[in-house]
Design a protein. Structure first.
Length: 243
């Protein structure tokens, strides 16, 4: 014969109530532990007695489980991250398609993979090439004109520098001519003030022979000499040169 159905109501007897609480509390904690081991859920069990005593059980940490509980209950569910991920995925798809289109256009501009193109696409490609060629020629002409302007500017600068050098050389030439003129005038004045005759610079011809003699010197007159005789008798020196 089985146990009869027990009516759930508050136990009035204080002792019976305390015994029942202890038995069922232990059984509840045991069941929570068994459930966490068998099925691997995250379980947190908190029990306060009528006297304020705390009994708890947690399979992965009470604080961690309470934080998770608060995030789930008090923070509204938001699909922002999921929507952002989906948006980035769509953006990646668009960029890949654009990249492939640019690669095809580049090959077409290089004259490759022209087989799949129809007449209209080939005509558009021809216009693009003509436009690119015109822009390239325009840019080339612009660069050439800029280079020509730079060369003209340098040419003008060199011309001005050349003129300055010519003026400087002419001034130095005039100074040189002035100095040469002054030197000529000074030389002429010196010649006029101090005349120099050719006959004075040449020694007189004489035929004198040195004689070594101790004592009075006896002067011997050479042939053709015009020196006076009294001069030889008065001095022992021979005047061989007359200035």
């Amino acid at each position: 014969m089985g146990r009869g159905r027990v009516e759930l109501k508050r136990i009035e007897n204080k002792i019976n109530r305390q015994v029942t609480f202890s038995k069922r509390r232990n059984g509840l904690l045991k069941k929570a532990y068994e459930l966490s081991v068998l099925c691997d859920p995250e379980i947190a069990l908190i029990i306060f007695s009528n006297r304020g005593k705390l009994y708890e059980f947690s399979s992965s940490g009470m604080t961690k489980t309470l934080e998770r509980y608060q995030r789930c209950c008090f923070i509204p569910h938001d699909n922002t991250h999921e929507r952002e991920t989906q948006s980035w995925y769509q953006e990646v798809i668009k960029l890949n398609a654009k990249y492939e289109a640019l690669q095809r256009t580049q090959r077409h501009l290089l004259g490759e993979d022209l087989g799949p193109l129809n007449m209209k696409e080939l005509h558009n490609l021809e216009k693009q090439l003509e436009g690119a060629l015109a822009r390239a020629r325009q840019r080339k002409t612009q660069i050439m004109m800029e280079q020509m302007d730079d060369l003209r500017k340098k040419e003008r600068q060199l011309g001005d520098l050349n003129k300055q050098l010519i003026i400087k050389l002419e001034a130095e030439g005039q100074n040189l001519e002035t100095i040469q003129g002054l030197w000529g005038c000074c030389g002429a004045a010196a010649t006029e003030n101090f005349p120099l005759h050719l006959s004075q610079t040449q020694p007189m011809e004489c035929d004198l022979q040195p004689v070594l003699q101790i004592g009075y010197h006896h002067y011997v007159e050479a042939e053709g000499s015009s020196a006076p005789k009294d001069m030889a008798g008065e001095t022992n020196f021979i005047h061989g040169w007359v200035i």
